[in-house]
Design a protein around this ligand. Structure first.
Ligand code: ATP
Ligand code: MG
Ligand code: MG
Ligand code: MG
Length: 478
């Protein structure tokens, strides 16, 4: 089953069970200052759960564009390292707004997975929130899952569990106990079952989370009951596609294979050797072109603060991975064409804005390629001096950031590839010092009534120039 067929099968299954098919909301949340990017299907229904908004339907189903590259749910550091995390992914979801609750939610999920998708029951595991006897009983007695494959997961208090089965969108907002479904990819893959100390491996992969929305968490952490108990579920399209296409990694599914092939060609045309299809760097590039294109399509452009800076970081990270594979000129923006081809039918904005996205990413790429070479040279030189187990000098990481436009996470990514870390405290101190100096200089200029004549005689890298421009405007940016 191709990714596109899985998406439509999911939506139709729930439509046939009284759910309204609702379009994905943008990856930039409408008017929610608590969120950097849309991180789950329920975001667009937050006010419905809270009882502030009413819809003409009490059941809905969506395929939601999600970004997890900042804020509470941040998977940027996982991309290229795990088989299951992306910065952009599609979350398939079904929602009940005060309509059905635990029993129907679990029954629907089981029927879709085992009957319509035909998954072998013995490969599925369920987890429930430790105290949720009701959900436990449904799995055991209604569905008939043997108790050895139902795991109660607690509150993460002792730090033992990575997952705590109490889902929260962010630090505040709707939340509740959840029940997750895992698929066992078999003994060839490393990793333990959910709830075990090595659960973070890639053998037992979480495919579907069913959240029983019951509370609104306020800023003090207090839980207030929601007007009506509701259901919010999320299943990663790429993860279920991997299962249904009998592959282990998300990157092996149809949708990603085409993107990876396009990335191979693009890197090669930009000067690299033909990279291997399972090169982690190639996966990072294929992942990041999706995130960057959808973020630009929904209205953000690369910048020095907030969402624009997250976008800039993702673009530059991708470019650095291309550079690592040998690309010496812009290549990343050309992948927008392959992406539009692959996903344009489901998301027409990619087709409508194809040229615009290419141009915006292309400009960012041109800029970064001006300083990338020199920055990498500096970084490589410094890393050659770092002993195993030591950290890269934070002052140097700051110089790379300030002069060569290397976001800290990019530098950290390079270090991590060599088993090293960055002295982040020293980086932060250098950043704070520079801010202070700039503030003082700004005050001085204001007092003198001087305007900035902005005529640097040497090129220090565009980030330094941009920074100067921001100082003149009195803006302060990271
Ligand atoms: P994980 O534990 O694997 O990081 P999660 O518990 O953070 O996943 P949820 O917040 O429960 O994920 O999201 C619901 C579903 O969305 C998951 O069960 C998974 O199928 C999918 N999903 C979550 N994060 C990602 C990601 N970064 N890339 C792809 N799919 C994801
Ligand atoms: Mg996660
Ligand atoms: Mg999880
Ligand atoms: Mg989960």
């Amino acid at each position: 089953m191709k990714a596109a067929d899985i998406r439509s099968t999911f939506l139709n299954f729930f439509a046939q069970r009284g759910h309204q098919i609702v379009a994905s909301s943008p990856v930039i949340p409408g008017d929610d200052p608590t969120l950097l990017f849309t991180n789950a299907g329920m975001n667009q229904f937050k006010d419905v759960f809270l009882g502030f908004d009413k819809r003409p339907y009490s059941r809905a189903t969506t395929s939601q564009k999600c970004i997890r590259a900042g804020g509470k749910h941040n998977d940027l550091e996982n991309v290229g390292y795990t088989a299951r995390h992306h910065t952009f992914f599609e979350m398939l979801g079904n929602f009940s707004f005060g309509d059905y609750f635990k029993r129907d939610a679990i029954t629907f999920a089981w029927e879709l997975l085992t009957v319509h998708f035909g998954l072998p029951k013995e490969k599925l595991w369920a987890t429930v929130y430790a105290e949720d006897d009701e959900a436990y009983g449904i799995w055991k007695d209604v569905i008939g899952v043997p108790p050895e494959r139902i795991v109660r997961i607690g509150d993460n208090k002792g730090g033992r569990y990575l997952s705590d089965n109490f889902w929260m969108m962010g630090d505040t907002g709707p939340c509740g106990p959840c029940s997750e479904i895992f698929y066992d990819h078999g003994p060839d893959v490393a990793g333990g079952p959910p709830g075990s100390p090595d659960e973070d491996g890639d053998r037992y992969i979480e495919i579907w989370n069913n959240v029983f929305m019951q509370y609104n968490r306020d800023a003090s952490g207090t839980l207030h009951p929601l007007p009506k108990p509701s259901v919010d579920t999320g299943m990663g399209l790429e993860r279920i596609a991997a299962v249904l296409q009998h592959v282990h990694s998300n990157y092996e599914i149809d949708l990603f294979q085409n993107l990876l092939r396009a990335a191979q060609t693009a890197v090669q045309q930009a000067g690299g050797a033909l990279p291997d299809m399972d090169q982690p760097s190639l996966k990072v590039i294929a992942d990041h072109i999706r995130a960057c294109s959808f973020i630009v399509a929904d209205g953000v452009i690369p910048g020095n603060a907030g969402r624009g800076y997250v976008l800039r970081r993702i673009v530059r990270r991708a470019i650095r991975h291309g550079y690592k594979l040998g690309a010496r000129q812009p290549f990343f923006h050309t992948l927008v064409d392959a992406l539009a081809q692959e996903m344009g039918q489901a998301y027409p904005e990619l087709v409508q804005q194809r040229q615009r996205i290419r141009d915006i990413l292309g400009q960012e790429e041109e800029r970064f390629f001006q300083t990338l070479d020199k920055g990498i040279e500096l970084l490589d030189g410094a890393l050659a001096q770092v002993q195993p187990g030591q950290a890269l000098d934070g002052e140097l990481a700051f110089r790379l950031h300030d002069t060569y436009g290397f976001p800290l996470d990019l530098t950290a990514d390079v270090c991590r590839e060599r088993g090293l870390t960055v002295d982040e405290a020293a980086f932060d101190a250098a950043m704070a010092r520079q801010r202070e100096q700039a503030r003082a200089a700004g005050k001085f200029k204001m007092a003198q009534g001087l305007s900035f004549d902005g005529a640097p005689t040497t090129f220090h890298g565009y980030t330094a120039l941009e920074r100067e421009g921001c100082r003149v405007l009195g803006l302060f940016v990271d």
